[in-house]
Write a protein that binds this ligand. Structure first.
Ligand code: F6P
Length: 536
């Protein structure tokens, strides 16, 4: 994209710097700067974006060729250019969409066939036909990391009110404490272990899988018979000893962080069952169709992305906070951290040239209201501006606790209001009248001033059903895609995670005392020495 388009955006961002969001607000703006799609409503009216900025941002989609790139993604073109792969996670939820051809072959029969096999297996576990050596399966342990962990772990928690299958646990960290704490209370004879790894080479997952197999081998005659593999690498799964009937494969055009819709979602499928899992896929499919067909201004993923570009590259805000007012979405910020930062945390564009602007933002967050009693202080009164992305449901599941849900909604809306309106010095002084006077009143009041004019958006949804959950996750996936297209980067590779992996491999024998730290820098060598002297 022409650099001047970015320069114009930055100029608009500077101009908006002193603009009062509160004075922009009107009944008309509250409708105009909001999008309704599927079952949800996204409101971006409490931002400094005006219609000129919005027009410019929509123009950027056109300049970046969004329409063609979106068509190319859904059609299975190899848009992941540095790995020479298609990007087709949308095929995994294409329940009604017809054929998708890759190299003249329709991928859908295999996708739907694998889904049917997964459903059959999930049913047999849930109904007790698949048994461990000690009888029906009571516990499922998913061993995976990154995209092979965060998605299912987040969704199992999010959909806990639909969880009627065996208990599910997630082991990801290579820290032995993680697997020890999870396996400790379980009965190996009634546990099913799912090894989830696209490549089946990830050191953390393979190490934990070997540990789990040894643990199971102490009590179970044929431990591999209680193992399942989810992977693209079927040669490696059979080397591990897992029978083909319990291997659920997928193609390399499913990126790790986009993979929960297919085999990597097996733990979720076992937890909530095929009907709810299909509803989850249907929700995502509905968002796909909306994303493909709606005009930019009515397109929720596009407007969510443009709000992101406005705040990050336009206004220069380096981070964004994702703040679900929904305790069951506690892992959503972590999930979005990988989705957004592994996808768009890149400093070169598709052609290898340096990006003319900042890369994607730092994403972080926690559920409300807990965050309010932790980091919101900085959000309201710190010197840095953090755009806040709130989300809340109209309804909770706890019927007898609807008064608590109303309190939750009130808190969510109050935070957005406080961020926008703030509290002036005069208002603060008025609150303290009678308590302080003169200089002390001034001094005390200054601590109670909220500058306000801080941007936030809010995503509203009816209730956290599987369908809505599918819509939310697909919404964010497409947001990442649109931001990546505008930045001109490849959102689907992750070379930035490789160097650390290589170095860790080389360091392990040094830590073990089997090789010398000779070629390591002095700081690394002295850390190793200090740790070894204390038992490493
Ligand atoms: O380290 C990054 C990464 O490659 C992620 O992209 C991926 O989700 C994760 O590791 C796990 O990879 P795998 O599923 O191949 O074990």
């Amino acid at each position: 994209m022409d650099k001047s388009i970015w320069d114009d955006l930055a100029a608009m961002g500077r101009k908006a710097d002193g603009r009062s969001i509160r004075s922009l607000m009107s009944a008309e703006r509250a409708e105009d700067f909001a999008v309704e799609a599927c079952d949800m409503r996204f409101d971006y009216s409490k931002t400094s974006m005006d219609t000129a900025a919005r027009d410019h941002l929509i123009g950027m989609c056109e300049a970046a060729g969004l329409d063609d790139k979106r068509r190319a993604m859904f059609a299975g073109d190899p848009i992941n250019e540095t790995e020479g792969r298609a990007v087709l996670h949308t095929a995994l939820r294409n329940l009604d969409g017809g054929s998708i051809m890759i190299e003249e072959r329709d991928v859908m029969p295999k996708v739907l066939g694998t889904l049917a096999r997964m459903e059959g297996f999930a049913r047999s576990v849930r109904e007790g036909r698949f048994q461990g050596q000690g009888g029906t399966i009571t516990d499922v342990v998913n061993i995976g990391i990154g995209g092979s962990d965060l998605g299912p772990a987040m969704a199992v928690q999010a959909l806990s009110t639909y969880h009627d299958g065996p208990r599910c646990h997630f082991v990801s960290n290579v820290d032995g404490a993680h697997i020890a704490d999870i396996l400790g209370p379980l009965d190996p004879k009634r546990t099913l272990v799912i090894v989830a790894s696209k490549t089946f080479t990830t050191i953390e997952t393979m190490t934990n899988a070997a540990t789990a197999k040894a643990w199971m081998g102490q009590d179970v005659r044929d431990p591999a018979s209680q193992f399942v593999a989810l992977s693209t690498a079927q040669d490696k799964t059979s080397e591990f000893g897992i029978a083909e009937t319990r291997v659920f494969g997928f193609a390399d055009w499913v990126g790790g962080r986009y993979s929960m819709w297919g085999p990597i979602g097996l733990s979720l499928l076992i937890a909530i069952g095929p009907t709810a899992f299909r509803a989850f896929l249907r929700g995502a499919e509905a968002m796909d169709r909306h994303f493909q067909n709606a005009a930019p201004q009515e397109n929720m993923p596009v407007m969510l992305a443009l709000t992101g570009i406005w705040h990050n590259q336009g206004c220069g805000y380096a981070t964004r906070a994702v703040l679900p007012y929904e305790q069951r979405l506690a892992r959503l910020p972590a999930y979005l951290q990988q989705l957004e930062m592994e996808s768009n945390g890149k400093r070169v564009s598709m052609d290898g040239a340096d990006l003319p602007v900042e890369s994607g933002p730092i994403v972080w967050g926690e559920p409300g209201t807990n965050g309010q009693h932790a980091f919101y202080q900085l959000i309201h009164q710190g010197t840095r501006i953090v755009p806040c992305e709130f989300m809340v449901a109209a309804e909770g599941f706890e019927e007898e606790l609807q008064h608590q849900h109303r309190l939750l909604i009130a808190n969510c809306l109050a935070q957005a209001e406080a961020l926008m309106n703030g509290r002036s010095l005069d208002e603060a002084k008025a609150l303290l009248q009678g308590k302080f006077s003169g200089e002390e009143l001034e001094r005390q009041a200054r601590h109670r001033v909220f500058p306000g004019n801080r941007p936030s958006t809010i995503l509203l949804y009816p209730k956290l059903t599987p369908e809505v959950m599918g819509q939310i996750v697909a919404l964010y996936e497409h947001r990442v895609f649109v931001e990546g297209v505008i930045l001109g980067i490849n959102s689907f590779d992750q070379w930035g995670v490789e160097l650390g992996k290589e170095l860790a491999k080389a360091l392990e024998p040094i830590v073990a005392g089997e090789a010398s730290a000779g070629d390591k820098d002095a700081s690394t060598a002295s850390s190793i020495g200090w740790l070894q002297a204390r038992g490493a």
